[in-house]
Design a binder for this molecule. Structure first.
Ligand code: AMP
Ligand code: MG
Length: 496
């Protein structure tokens, strides 16, 4: 038996990739394996022992049926355009149809230089690859669309960064690796035929829903643009709800499927502040927490530009339609955000509730969290303390702002009463995580794994982030923010 690869990307878009083999790891050793994810992909994985996994996911052996390719893409990085980026250190091994009939990409990251590597070494270090595991599993556990990690295999060689670090290969499962930058690649070359084939492929892989197709009136490029606007609005709204900061929302890191992808200097915000930036390379706060919706919209404008030549009608008409689709992001995002807030406020879904009321109340709460530097996660989670009749635990987090917090809580409860419903404690609980991947804990776990080869802290933290809603005794240490001095100095580096 073997895995049933079906490599539609390599087959249908040969002009958008280069066949390329992985560089074999000299001494592959498995650091992480995701048996549940594997099982959802194929029963075949149950037959694979660790040695087999180390060979395949360490780049030593290409599994039967796989056809590794490096994908081409361009991208706007921090606002500046690069006409050629591409998989410099990643390979799409191929696609599997998972047990639900869904097509997914299986890709390696850190598997050696490719023709797109430019000056890079094609490698990845253990720390950043395990970071991707923690962050993506955390998002996934919270129900936020994300690519997933199937395996991490240490390569047994050193990679040269600020200092020498142990190398690793991550295996990633994604609905696809089609990015805004993939369209930009062909648009920049004015390759209309290539662009059209990419469009055909993308809508086959990620079809716009029927309502959008109707609204686009047979304009496939417009329908795709509108559907990516919706997916991204929903995704970013969910990030905002849990305080997630992607950190490097370049157009090459924005997926057309609507999954979170490419975890570099990402982190969950602690003390609530829209200006929060953790990335050491984001000097101007371009991708700060509060700027993420605007940056998503900016990226979508780049997608619109790339799609313009394929749109229907004369130029003025196409420009109007593209502009309207990108502008619609604001409304779609506000609606998606209002839904997120409603859940975080524990308000059951009901027609008579004004979304604007949820947004207004939520914004007032966030303003209080910001004014009193309250932890985003615990500030929201604390609403559960209120319904569990121990509000003081929450108010204590506000210091001098305790009274303002208590007044807000009165408004929140009064609003529920006047609308004739009861705040839904269960909804509150599963919309406001207790456990997130906290920066100081992520750093500590990665340092032990990378410097000492000790995976215990990583595994414990992974177990914890997979149970975001629980406040079990064992999870208490994971709910605590970093001491203020540690939090203030936290930076994540892009030297990934
Ligand atoms: P990222 O910042 O991971 O989204 O990567 C941006 C671009 O740089 C992509 O084209 C990557 O393939 C490329 N890249 C990043 N790191 C390396 C590396 N170590 N070797 C080769 N290419 C790299
Ligand atoms: Mg990237």
């Amino acid at each position: 038996m073997s895995l049933h690869f079906d490599n539609s990307y390599a087959r249908q878009l040969p002009h958008a990739c280069v066949s390329w083999p992985p560089s074999p790891s000299p001494r592959p050793r498995e650091l992480f394996w995701n048996p549940w994810l594997a099982d959802s992909l194929s029963a075949e994985f149950q037959q694979w022992d660790q040695a087999r996994r180390e060979a395949v996911f360490g780049g030593v052996e290409v599994p039967e049926g796989a056809q590794p390719v490096a994908q081409a893409y361009a991208g706007h990085q921090f606002g500046g355009f690069s006409a050629q980026l591409g998989d410099g250190r990643a390979l799409l091994l191929g696609e599997l149809i998972d047990r639900l009939g869904q097509r997914v990409d299986i890709a390696l990251k850190g598997s050696g230089r490719t023709p797109f590597a430019r000056g890079g070494d094609g490698k990845a270090a253990v720390g950043p690859m395990l970071r991707e595991v923690l962050i993506s599993e955390s998002l996934h556990a919270m129900g936020i669309p994300s690519t997933r990690a199937l395996a991490v295999v240490a390569s047994g060689e050193w990679v040269s960064r600020e200092r020498a670090l142990p190398g690793a290969i991550l295996t990633r499962v994604a609905h696809s690796h089609l990015r805004v930058g993939t369209f930009e690649y062909f648009a920049a070359r004015e390759d209309l035929q290539g662009l059209q084939r990419l469009l055909d492929y993308t809508v086959q892989r990620h079809p716009p829903d029927a309502a959008l197709q109707d609204r686009a009136q047979g304009d496939t490029a417009l329908a795709l643009l509108m559907s990516v606007v919706q997916r991204q609005a929903q995704l970013v709204a969910q990030w905002m709800g849990v305080g997630f900061i992607h950190g490097v929302m370049n157009t090459d890191n924005m997926s057309l499927s609507g999954q979170s992808i490419d975890f570099g200097p990402c982190a969950f915000m602690e003390a609530h502040d829209p200006a929060t930036v953790y990335s050491s390379i984001d000097h101007h706060g371009r991708y700060a927490y509060g700027r993420q919706p605007a940056m998503a919209q900016w990226n979508l404008a780049r997608l619109a530009e790339a799609l313009l030549p394929l749109m229907v009608g004369d130029e003025a008409h196409r420009l109007d339609a593209a502009r309207a689709a990108v502008q619609a992001f604001s409304t779609v995002f506000e609606e998606a955000m209002a839904q997120v807030w409603r859940c975080k406020l524990g308000w059951p879904a009901a027609d008579r509730l004004e979304p604007a009321a949820a947004s207004e109340l939520a914004k007032a709460w966030q303003a209080l969290l910001q004014a009193h530097r309250v932890d985003h996660t615990l500030g929201w989670r604390g609403l559960l303390d209120v319904v569990q009749a121990r509000p003081q635990r929450l108010f204590d987090r506000f210091g001098a702002g305790a009274r303002a917090a208590s007044e807000w809580v009165d408004r929140w409860q009064a609003q529920a009463r006047s609308s004739g419903f009861v705040i839904d404690a269960e909804l509150l609980e599963r919309s406001n995580p207790f456990v997130i991947a906290r920066n100081h804990q992520v750093e500590a776990a990665l340092a032990s794994a990378s410097d000492e080869g000790d995976l215990r802290a990583f595994r414990d933290l992974l177990d914890a982030v997979r149970r975001p809603w629980s406040e079990d005794e064992a999870l208490q240490p994971y709910g605590e923010p970093a001491p203020p001095d540690v939090a203030a100095s936290h930076r994540t580096f892009c030297g990934t």
